[in-house]
Design a protein around this ligand. Structure first.
Ligand SMILES: N[C@@H](CCC(=O)N[C@@H](CS)C(=O)NCC(=O)O)C(=O)O
Length: 220
């Protein structure tokens, strides 16, 4: 039996739960991290010395790093669905997963933590403006890539759509001015039609730290 460790409101856990549900996998889910705690136990540190979520456990096999887990699920159970067909399409999926971590995640973290996960009186408008500009610059690249395409690398949902799709939900829920990215919003609408996206990604997180904490406690 697979076990997925990690609180549902983590943008790194969401891709793993979403991928597992797209693949129809049966798994046990453990809500750890954030206010649920559980990352500082010896047993958890033995699985992930970084004390971060998500972690995938399958008997003696343990894996951390969200994109590595999504890749593993797609390779092991996603032939003809989440795993793109052919080495070149798989390489393009890898390219976008690396781009997600190196180019989009960093400014999105600053934007998210600078607005929602920060006491209102400690918000730093300069930091927020810089993070928003860098996020929009990255999203413009995504928007260009999605011109004339329904999904990131194939004409169906693959692993390349999953981590990016989770972050794009965050972007559109933030109380900021959103740029008019037409291809991106069309793709985002396609993702929102999927039950596994609705269940695992479209989780309200509020607009302030107090709301975030309250919504997190309501997750169980
Ligand atoms: N690169 C790691 C990052 C993992 C990470 O930073 N996870 C955060 C949640 S998004 C975490 O565990 N934070 C501590 C906590 O939730 O208590 C991955 O993609 O899995």
């Amino acid at each position: 039996m697979l076990t997925i460790w990690g609180r549902k409101n983590s943008s790194n856990v969401m891709p793993v739960l979403w991928a597992a549900d797209e693949l129809g996998l049966t798994y046990d889910h453990k809500m750890v991290g954030g206010s649920f705690g559980g990352l500082d136990t010896a047993a958890f540190k033995a699985m992930n010395p970084n004390q971060r979520v998500p972690v995938l456990q399958d008997g003696d096999f343990v894996l951390f790093e969200s994109n590595a887990i999504v890749r593993h699920l797609a390779r092991s159970a996603g032939q003809g669905s989440l795993l793109p067909d052919g080495l070149q399409a798989q390489a393009h999926a890898d390219q976008w997963l690396d781009w997600h971590k190196t180019t989009l995640t960093l400014p999105m973290i600053d934007l998210f933590w600078g607005t929602v996960r920060c006491e209102p009186e400690q918000r730093n408008p300069d930091l927020i403006a810089k993070a928003k500009a860098a996020t929009d610059k990255a999203l413009a690249i995504l928007d260009d890539h999605l011109a004339g395409r329904d999904f990131m690398v194939m004409d169906r949902l693959t692993l390349a759509d999953i981590p990016l799709g989770a972050l794009v939900y965050r972007y559109y829920q933030l109380q900021i001015e959103h740029q008019d990215f037409q291809n991106l919003t069309a793709w985002y609408a396609r993702l929102q039609d999927r039950p596994a996206y609705q269940k695992n990604v479209m989780i309200p997180f509020g607009t302030t730290l107090a709301e975030w904490n309250e919504l997190e406690r309501a997750l169980v």
